[in-house]
Ligand binder design. Structure first.
Ligand SMILES: [Zn+2]
Length: 215
């Protein structure tokens, strides 16, 4: 298994993972009112092709035992990773190429293959995943696991599906009212993502306080 610690070190060194800090997410992708000790600069990550390849390979190592027949993604953005994952995986086992498809509430999968892996590059609270999960099960597929590069979910599963992350637990978020950093009185950092916009809403809150809207 490719070691996580050296990867984390490089991700931090290159400014892709920011922290430790006390970041207000509120980024519109399912994290309203969530705080995290780590912020992911997704734009910088997208430029780090070498690291991306390492993460996908690390993910493939984690799920090679699952014997899935298909990989579905909730959105187009995650499709290149799904394809790369499929390629790495078939490289291990000399199986025929694994098909990858987008699957959401509005677009269902095409042909029948029972075991489906759901891949989403960045798993937040999972609304899109919920759509994919529903669409798959209605069609008679069995979702076997969820893979991602990064996840804000601290638990090891979501909707009863095990989560496999290339960078597990490193960027987990907690609701503001359960945030240990808030409890410790750490000032919040709203400089990144849309945290600033989120925190600037009612109650005139800024750095150094927990926005009332998040309590
Ligand atoms: Zn907090």
């Amino acid at each position: 298994m490719i070691e996580l610690q050296p990867i984390l070190h490089v991700l931090r060194q290159r400014g892709i993972l920011l922290g430790p800090g006390h970041f207000v997410l509120g980024d519109g992708y399912g994290n309203p009112g969530h705080h995290s000790a780590t912020f992911v600069d997704w734009q910088k990550f997208n430029e780090a092709v070498d690291l991306y390849a390492v993460l996908v390979e690390r993910l493939a190592e984690q799920v090679q035992h699952l014997n899935f027949d298909l990989i579905v993604t909730p959105d187009e953005e995650s499709l290149p990773t799904a394809r790369m994952l499929a390629k790495v995986f078939t490289g291990y086992s000399y199986r025929p190429e694994i098909p990858c498809q987008i699957c959401s509430a509005t677009s269902a999968v095409k042909d029948a293959a029972p075991l489906a892996l759901i891949h989403d590059d960045f798993v937040n609270r999972g609304r899109q995943l919920n759509d994919s999960f529903g669409a798959l099960t209605r069609k008679g597929y069995l979702p076997v696991a969820l893979t991602c590069l990064f996840t804000r979910v601290a638990e090891n599963e979501i909707f009863g599906l095990p989560i496999y992350a290339a960078v597990e637990h490193a960027v987990a978020a907690t609701p503001a009212d359960k945030c240990p950093l808030c409890a410790a009185g750490e000032p919040v950092d709203v400089r990144y993502g849309k945290g600033a916009l989120f925190a600037a809403r009612p109650a005139g809150v800024g750095v150094g306080a927990t926005p009332a809207a998040m309590r």
